[in-house]
Design a binder for this molecule. Structure first.
Ligand code: SAH
Ligand code: SF4
Length: 379
């Protein structure tokens, strides 16, 4: 069996090197070649002995995901659609800003949570991505953007696990991927620049706090259980009191002293002043001193079958003011890339034209990353 080197965090790669009869520190060199330099050929890895390079050629590869499409938004946002086989596709979005470059990564093909306002949720669940498939999105974006911009400098400064899927329902693949992002020999991102967004998988929030406490965003969307049960079905399993309790516990490990609560603004559904006051009471009333949080209001990005509408800017502003007046730090998310359907919750990737995919894959196989054996997955 050929190992996909993108599946390993540094610890896993060290174990792999040991199995090849090599010293563990070789893994650090190999890891740096792959993630820091974006090497695509074992023969490029000049500080590795020829014998090791030969061994690697026989036992290891780097599995690429074929790019099905790339869309560039007028605002600089770039969206890639990757083929993950079996008629499934996932999306990755790069969002450039003045002081940062954020990559929004997918964790699953589809999603089992089924939130009413989310196009991925409407698609249903197909499968978990592997660690290698999660990391490939970062590897590919970082190194192709560098090449594109003609720079050796780091392009991606922040990662948000806010693409398709519920990251905490793919925990075992997620954590090694986060470790690669954080590792100084990998992407060297600080824990506060990597954000996991969750719809509220309470037990896994606790585990993440123990295993790999990166920044946490919790998708709240409602100020009471009745409404949240309807919008985020997972709430029936982990209701608000439990969710807020998990947020509190996470704070003991979090890289920042607050949790971000995301709230998608749906016209006439969850955007009324009364609901803003209910939200204030809920957050303030939690525990002894209330929950330490910031609230991020996300204007709903409509998609055809949702039957929901975006709140008016006036309603969003009123809602935000009520929270701010109560002393809760509140921001309204700028919508980026909506001209290419790259905005939150518009990541669909459902209609896969198989002929087109097959052609693309054939082309990528022949032009694929040189040297390292790239195994393109079948559509
Ligand atoms: N499953 C995770 C992460 C992916 S969704 C989660 O739910 O948190 C990332 C963010 O996009 C979440 O806050 C989600 O609520 C939001 N979102 C989903 N659909 C949206 C839509 N149509 N418009 C605006 N935001 C949306
Ligand atoms: Fe899944 Fe998040 Fe979409 Fe809900 S919002 S369906 S949890 S991806």
């Amino acid at each position: 069996m050929t190992a996909n080197l993108l599946d390993f965090d540094l610890e896993g790669l060290a174990a792999f090197c040991e199995r090849l009869g090599e010293k563990r520190f070789r893994a650090t060199q190999l890891f740096r070649w792959i993630h820091q330099k974006g090497a695509t050929d074992f023969d490029q890895m000049s500080d590795l002995a020829k014998s090791l390079r030969e061994k690697l050629k026989g036992t290891a590869c780097l599995v690429a995901l074929p790019v099905m499409s790339r869309h560039d938004s007028a605002d600089g946002t770039i969206k890639w659609l990757f083929d993950v086989g079996g008629g499934n596709a996932v999306e990755t979005v790069f969002i450039p800003e003045d002081d940062r470059g954020t990559l929004c990564i997918s964790s699953q093909a589809g999603c089992a949570v089924g939130c009413r306002f989310c196009s991925t949720g409407h698609q249903g669940f197909s499968r978990n991505l592997s660690t290698g498939e999660i990391i490939y999105q970062l590897w590919f974006a970082e190194h192709s953007l560098r090449q594109h911009m003609g720079t050796q400098e780091r392009v991606i400064s922040n990662v948000v696990m806010m693409g398709m899927g519920e990251p905490l329902q793919n925990y075992s693949a997620l954590v090694p991927a986060l470790r690669v992002m954080l590792d100084d020999h990998g992407y060297g991102l600080s824990r506060r620049r990597v954000t996991v967004s969750t719809s509220g998988v309470v037990p896994m929030m606790d585990r993440l706090g123990e295993d790999c406490p990166v920044a946490l965003a919790v998708s709240l969307h409602a100020p009471n259980d009745a409404l949240r049960d309807d919008l985020v079905p997972l709430n029936r399993k982990y209701p608000l009191a439990e969710l807020l309790g998990a947020c509190d516990r996470y704070l003991a490990h979090a890289p920042r002293d607050f949790i971000t609560l995301e709230y998608c603004m749906l016209d006439g559904v969850n955007d009324q002043s009364e609901q803003a006051r209910e939200l204030v009471a809920m957050v303030r009333g939690h525990g002894h001193r209330g929950l330490s949080c910031k609230i991020n209001l996300i204007p709903f990005n409509p998609f055809p079958v949702s039957g929901l509408k975006r709140s008016s800017p006036a309603n969003v502003a009123d809602f935000a003011r009520i929270l701010q007046d109560a002393g809760i730090v509140t921001t309204v998310r700028k919508t980026r890339g909506d001209d290419i359907d790259a905005a939150c919750g518009q990541l669909a990737g459902d209609v896969v034209d198989r002929t087109r995919v097959a052609e693309r894959i054939a082309r990528q196989r022949s032009t694929g990353l040189s040297g390292i054996r790239v195994v393109a997955k079948e559509a």
